[in-house]
Design a protein. Structure first.
Lengths: 336, 434
């Protein structure tokens, strides 16, 4: 030992084994159940879209860094799986009818424009997956909002799914197109399981998403309270907007991309506030905006709301700061 | 006699304590080494001034370095021998300090103080000052100064938390030398004129709690096992509910906090008339062959300690003076035991973390866990950008450098290092009158 060179660094000398990479791998694992259900419901085309989205995201990251002059070995060594998360999320919020170039372009935009140009992992201002989704929806609106693939498993909770695969959008549109107080007869069970419901690959099976969210909560990656605040506020605001008709509560939280958005997208570390109070404000704001804008526009707004919320985060972080332990009540007096 | 639970404090972290390596290792007295290297700066404040010359024969507990100012401490020889050198040495922690080197000649002559006649506060404090006693928990603040506060205090708190992982020397002393600690505490309380004595012990040391239960005049407070419970401000809050305001000291809320080892040194100085010349260390980590708790003479070279503990294993990547959360890493084994040392740890690659840092992902773990309720990620970015005023605005000066932020950082950022640098620059700015 006398001849060996000692490593030197500042304290602390022991650290939690959790790293950015391990967290990102956990998120990928948590997303898998919903992806599997998406493939079960919508077939191998769905799998192709997910794979293309992930491959495009990872390739974009590698190519961007190679162009920036980083050595290939170093890129592989530093690879932190965050682009896998972005790619998976993007693939999950596309419909199974999407042509191959949609996930490819969406992922490339998300990684290169939204993430890498701002400085890579942790430096992005807004959530890459959400911005990528908005980018492709703006660019290919007609293709992405029609021609939905019908799921392989039909309704199991009774009722009638008034969905026209050619023109109709998701169940959510139909729900809110209906008159106030009049709900479509799709059971909450079908909404929860995603059976017989058209929609995006990873959004329809709420059960699978919740399983993933619970995994993340147990692993300590997310604080499950925050997305629950989002979902609850959104549901209660919908109830209030519908004239305190509580039968709106479950359909409004189980339809559309709310569960996926709340548990996996809004909780993205990079684009959430840094304080407990800031997070509570942020998630309440998201809930209010989601319910309000859904009623105003009659379309699915979760991704737009999260994008908007992301942009408010720096403002929340500027004004909401923790008070140091023992901070004086009046003007803070420091040092000698 | 009175036993109660400490107040809950919600911010802090849980670190695997690894104390099992040495928790049952009875304190062994390590034989005096061939040579001791006594630093003249084993405390906070001005270094002591050597009062011996090269070639002088000295006895054990003979004064060799004299305190030079109000905040300073005497240094005594820890062996009998001949002074062979008085020189500046750069040690493993990177600091250059003046050392008095004494070669052991095998004699056992010892020098004692005179027996104290009365136990008045001033006599006690003067003896503590004379004996060179400083805060042995790590800070090294002269104890005599601490026992003469400007304001009247009403509680003496003994820090038995020992929240740093691996370290068990305080724990062993609490069960092996309970009576000595108790007597030391009584002298300290007498010096302060305080009746209320609180001893805070973490819940993972039931034997230590049991040992102190028998004293009717001690309030034993069982603290939650949480890091950093041994931090002065948090110990005060959890035992008394008082919050030390930012930028203030414990005496501002009427308390004085003392360390276990310091209390033993006080007892030895007053009853046994002995100057401070040895300390108790934990030598631990997966990288040492036989982890031990040792009583060693001050100035003992680290290499002698390693040899006494059966040598270090292959694969040691880091050697630390102190605990793993706040201790200083050593760049070489050129290190000599000082009063403030509480342990030497030999960590293998699996125990320590050598991962390089990546981008901050804004997860907020650092702010969530910070026991001082600071926002380390902002202070770090201010420090890196050189905006020290910004760092100060976010409370950098309140940082206790406990390492809770960096422990949990998934990006493995050197948060503590950045904050230390910010604190240094803020102090410089203040000094230069900006």
């Amino acid at each position: 030992m006398a001849n060996s060179i000692l490593a030197y660094s500042s304290s602390p000398h022991v650290k939690n084994p959790k790293t950015t990479k391990s967290i990102m791998i956990d998120v990928c694992i948590a997303l898998l159940p919903a992806c599997v259900m998406g493939v079960v419901y919508f077939g191998l085309k769905a799998l192709l879209i997910l794979v293309l989205a992930v491959l495009s995201a990872v390739a974009s990251e590698f190519i961007y860094q190679l162009i920036c002059g980083k050595k290939f070995n170093q890129i592989t060594k530093d690879f932190d799986f965050s682009s896998c998360v972005t790619g998976l999320l993007l693939g999950m919020v596309l419909g199974a009818q999407s042509p191959w170039y949609v996930p490819v372009l969406g992922s490339a935009f998300a990684i290169i424009v939204v993430k890498m140009l701002f400085g890579g992992t942790g430096k992005n201002l807004v959530n890459p997956a959400i911005t990528g989704r908005i980018f492709v929806f703006m660019s290919f609106t007609a293709i992405l909002t029609s021609g939905w693939v019908l799921p392989k498993i039909g309704l199991i909770g009774g009722g009638n799914a008034m969905v026209n695969p050619e023109t109709g959008a998701t169940i959510l549109t139909n729900t809110f197109d209906a008159e106030y107080g009049h709900l479509l007869s799709v059971s909450n069970l079908d909404l929860f399981l995603g059976t017989g419901i058209v929609g995006c690959i990873g959004e329809t099976c709420k059960l699978a998403l919740l399983v993933g969210a619970i995994y993340l909560a147990i692993k300590g990656v997310i604080n499950i309270i925050y997305p629950l605040i989002y979902v609850a506020v959104c549901g209660l605001t919908s109830v209030a907007l519908a004239g305190f008709d509580f039968s709106w509560f479950l359909p409004s939280i189980l339809s559309g991309g709310l569960i996926l958005g709340a548990f996996f997208m809004a909780t993205d570390y990079v684009t959430t506030p840094n304080t407990t109070l800031g997070n509570v404000i942020y998630f309440i704001l998201l809930g209010l905006l989601t319910a309000g804008l859904r009623f105003a526009t009659k379309i699915e707004v979760v991704s737009f709301v999260i994008l908007l919320g992301n942009l408010v985060v720096p403002l929340i972080d500027k004004f909401i700061i923790n008070k140091p332990f023992g901070a004086l009540k009046k003007a803070k007096k420091k040092g000698a | 006699m009175s036993l109660r639970k400490g107040k809950n404090y919600p911010y802090g972290i849980h670190v695997p304590d690894k104390k099992a390596l040495t928790a049952n290792a009875v304190i062994e007295k390590m034989p005096a080494p061939k040579k001791v290297y006594l630093s003249m700066s084993q405390h906070i404040g001005a270094p002591a001034i050597p009062v011996v010359n090269v070639g002088d024969k000295v006895n054990k507990r003979q004064l060799i370095g004299e305190a030079s100012g109000a905040i300073s401490a005497n240094v005594y020889s820890s062996i009998c021998g001949t002074v062979t050198a008085i020189e500046d040495i750069v040690t493993g922690n990177g600091q250059k300090m003046k050392y008095v080197v004494i070669e052991n000649d095998g004699r056992t002559d010892e020098i004692f103080f005179d027996q104290i006649k009365d136990f008045e506060p001033d006599t006690i404090i003067e003896r503590i000052r004379l004996a060179g006693i400083v805060g042995l928990g790590g800070a090294g603040f002269p104890t005599a100064v601490k026992l003469k506060p400007a304001t009247k205090l009403n509680a003496l708190i003994i820090n038995g938390a020992e929240c740093e992982p691996y370290l068990t020397c305080d724990y062993r002393l609490m069960i092996e030398n309970t009576e000595d600690i108790y007597r030391g505490i009584k002298y300290a309380a007498r010096a302060l004129g305080i009746n209320r004595i609180i001893i805070g012990i973490e819940a993972n040391k039931p034997n230590a709690i049991k040992a102190f239960e028998k004293y009717p005049d001690l309030e034993v407070v069982v603290l939650k096992k949480q890091y950093p419970m041994g931090s002065e401000k948090h110990l005060i809050y959890c035992t008394t509910g008082r919050k030390v305001p930012c930028g203030k000291m414990p005496f501002d809320v009427g308390v004085c906090v003392q360390n276990i080892k310091t209390m033993i040194a006080v007892k030895h100085a007053i009853e046994d008339n002995k100057a401070l010349s040895s300390t108790v260390l934990t030598v631990s980590g997966e990288g040492i062959n036989t982890p031990k708790n040792l009583r060693v003479q001050l100035g003992t070279p680290l290499e002698d300690i390693i040899a006494y503990c059966g040598g270090a294993k292959e694969g040691v990547t880091k050697v630390i003076a102190g605990g793993p959360m706040m201790g200083k890493g050593l760049i070489s084994l050129t290190s000599y035991t000082r009063k403030t040392d509480s342990g030497f740890l030999f960590l293998t690659e699996g125990e320590t973390s050598l991962k390089s840092s990546t981008n901050c992902i804004n997860c907020g773990m650092c702010a969530k866990n910070c026991p001082m309720r600071l926002m380390p990620m902002y202070i770090e970015s201010f420090a890196i950008a050189g905006d020290y005023l910004g760092a100060e605005k976010y409370g950098a000066m309140n940082c206790i450098e406990c390492g809770s932020c960096a422990y949990n950082c998934p990006a493995k950022r050197s948060l503590v290092q950045s904050i230390q640098s910010a604190k240094f620059h803020i102090k410089e700015m203040k000094k230069n009158g900006k």
